[in-house]
Design a binder for this molecule. Structure first.
Ligand SMILES: NC(=O)C1=CN([C@@H]2O[C@H](COP(=O)(O)OP(=O)(O)OC[C@H]3O[C@@H](n4cnc5c(N)ncnc54)[C@H](O)[C@@H]3O)[C@@H](O)[C@H]2O)C=CC1
Ligand SMILES: O=C(O)[C@H]1O[C@H](OP(=O)(O)OP(=O)(O)OC[C@H]2O[C@@H](n3ccc(=O)[nH]c3=O)[C@H](O)[C@@H]2O)[C@H](O)[C@@H](O)[C@@H]1O
Length: 466
């Protein structure tokens, strides 16, 4: 099929029933949103505890708006959950693969074992024509392999097609991003797959039409669809590391990266988004995706082309160490060969989630900072409005406070590592009454520094002249 860009869905295909295989951050949001759009939806996962929670209307993750969507659509009967491949196969016409593709423990490449398990688990139970759609982020070439698996494991008499439709949602805005995407990408080989994908998204296009919007649809081949996703994340990661590299130069020259970012961002060709310097990018996607992209490029003989992503990764991890240097400076402690020693110092770390409005702590820069501070023998107390439970499982060498007030009590240093509104809106004078010393590191450059300085705080930002 020729690649094409169009927003006109072909008419005629009936409303398919949808399954979402893997109900984590991606799959649970999709299941609830597509039920909200009017589809009959089944969410399937091998994690029994997660499915039991979802089926009871309890949202296992923190994602704004998702609780209401889950409850409303469970009540309407359009949304149900199961742990059975057999039930999923019987229920659905279009099956969206939403399982994780984490970084492998033995290197940078993506672990595709969950994809394999889901396809080989589902395919033998299919009894009528079905479309398997990959949504997970994968190395280029995966869709062809999934097609081979599906053909091998499906019953002979059943027609099974494969498509790839990568996902671009952001945690914290996931429901909005699913219901009102910037674009959708369909990687297809057959016209039937294209028709079914349009039918599975028809309600999304109709919602857009009622709001006088259009959702651009890019119809393309498997390889391009797979690459669009990792290219997008590589670009975003590069943009963040670019501004963080500028932060390093600002630190060396006495300039201020926030003013620099503001100034270059006025150029429409550059744009002002994703130019916040800080402790770097984290989360379950950008870091692992740029590594898997490099690993795959190497395998297919294009490793040279992505060498810059190695630098992007290095700049990113360096920013976490910068907090330690700033802390040593503020606390007036030397940095020895084994790093600084902050024995006897109580440090409040505000934040643990990899960014605000989520409870996700996967590869969280803030939690990495907390861990590094704990290694200096400091008494580290972490507070996060939503991510404490997940953080506790990830990092046990720090204490966790139930409130910001508790974390700040008697602290000699405060480090803001996640840009939650609760921290951005905090009153510097009131916070100063709780802390033992008015020293603050603004790891995400998210505070109104002038008001903190005015309240007597010794303030340090990232790449800032203040
Ligand atoms: N989280 C995000 O914001 C986005 C994630 N993605 C991609 O989507 C994929 C999923 O990501 P998340 O939802 O964040 O991961 P997650 O780890 O939150 O969810 C994955 C789910 O798959 C389930 N699972 C594992 N094996 C299974 C099997 N054999 N059958 C059925 N379910 C199974 C797990 O129990 C888990 O609930 C990844 O490839 C990720 O890169 C893409 C865009 C956005
Ligand atoms: O593939 C994915 O899973 C998703 O990855 C990112 O979404 P997400 O990880 O939810 O979070 P972002 O908002 O992109 O932030 C990623 C990290 O970059 C950091 N960041 C972001 C922007 C910025 O200017 N500076 C900065 O340090 C954030 O604090 C966070 O740690 C992409 O933005 C999504 O489009 C994509 O679908």
């Amino acid at each position: 099929m020729q690649p094409q860009a169009t927003s006109t869905p072909p008419s005629g295909a009936p409303k398919p029933r949808l399954t979402f295989l893997g109900t984590g951050y991606l799959g649970s949001t999709y299941a609830a949103c597509f039920a909200e759009l009017g589809y009959e939806v089944l969410g399937m996962d091998v994690d029994e505890a997660k499915i039991a929670k979802l089926a009871a209307g309890e949202n296992p993750i923190h994602e704004p708006g998702l609780d209401e969507l889950l409850k409303r659509n469970l009540a309407s009967g359009r949304l149900r959950f199961s742990t059975s491949y057999e039930e999923a196969a019987e229920f659905g016409d279009v099956h969206f693969v939403c399982v994780g593709t984490p970084q492998r423990a033995d290197g940078m490449a993506a672990d595709l074992s969950y994809i394999e398990a889901v396809v080989t688990g589902l395919a033998p139970h299919l009894r009528r024509p079905a479309l398997i759609v990959g949504k997970s982020t994968v190395p280029v070439g995966t869709a062809n392999w999934v097609e081979e698996l599906a053909q091998k494991y499906k019953p002979d008499a059943v027609d099974v097609h494969v498509a790839w439709s990568p996902e671009f949602l952001r945690e914290g805005f996931a429901c909005e991003d699913v219901l009102r995407p910037d674009r959708v990408v369909f990687g297809v080989k057959t016209d039937w797959a294209r028709q079914m994908l349009y039918a599975a998204h028809k309600a999304l296009f109709e919602l857009a039409a009622t709001e006088d919007r259009e959702v651009p649809v890019v119809v393309t081949d498997f390889a391009t669809a797979e690459l669009v996703k990792v290219a997008a994340n590589a670009f975003l990661a590069t943009k963040i590391s670019f501004i963080n590299a500028m932060a390093e130069v600002c630190e060396a020259s006495g300039a201020d990266v926030t003013m620099l970012a503001k100034s270059i961002g006025y150029d429409a060709r550059i744009g002002n988004k994703f130019l916040r310097a800080g402790i770097g990018f984290g989360g379950g996607c950008l870091p692992k995706d740029i590594r898997a992209f490099q690993a795959r490029a190497q395998e297919i003989g294009a490793g040279e082309a992505l060498r810059f992503l190695h630098e992007v990764d290095l700049v990113n991890t360096r920013r976490r160490n910068r907090v330690l240097a700033l802390a040593a400076d503020l606390l007036d402690r030397p940095i020895g060969p084994a790093g600084p020693d902050f024995s006897g110092v109580r440090i409040a770390v505000l934040g643990a989630a990899f960014k605000p409005n989520t409870d996700d702590v996967r590869d969280s820069p803030g939690l990495a900072v907390a861990k590094a501070l704990a290694k200096t023998n400091a008494e580290v107390v972490v507070y996060d409005p939503e991510a404490t439970e997940n953080a506790r499982r990830e990092l046990s060498t720090v204490a966790y406070a139930k409130s910001m007030t508790e974390a700040l009590q008697g602290s000699a240093l405060t480090c803001v590592v996640t840009a939650w509104d609760e921290f951005r809106r905090a009153d510097p004078a009131a916070v100063g009454e709780l802390a033992a010393e008015r020293r603050i590191i603004d790891g995400m450059n998210c505070l109104d520094h002038a008001s903190w300085i005015a309240a007597g705080w010794d303030y340090r930002g990232m790449g800032r002249s203040v």
